[in-house]
Ligand binder design. Sequence first.
Ligand SMILES: [Zn+2]
Length: 138
Amino acid sequence: MIRFALRCSRGHEFEGWFKSNAAYDEQHRAGRLECPLCGDRAVDKAIMAPAVARGGRGEGPSPEVVGKLLAMLRALRSYVEANFEHVGDRFPEEARKIHYGEAEPRDIYGEASREEVESLLEEGIEVRPLPWVPKLDG
Ligand SMILES: [Zn+2]
């Protein structure tokens, strides 16, 4: 199953689960997608994350903007490192144990593959991938 963020023509955002990208395309083409809030059938994928692309000319994000973003991401990393327990590649295992009450509830972070994160989410376990930036002193 894949989850897509969807948006109707009136701007309502909601989530839809699909067997595959092709299943989404098929339902989209057939007009079977419907906004749960207003019933609008003009539904499309919402844009998930901001992205930048440079066309070769013009300016990209200024070094100040990039610097500020990196500083925010480093602050996020420091916060997580200070407040969450690092469990490394045991992350999927520990997240499951905590979810199923087999380990003490606590905040953890660690490494997991994309597939592992997806299967955790399918089990209803709250995990979030973080944009991890290298430390300045690292
Ligand atoms: Zn709507």
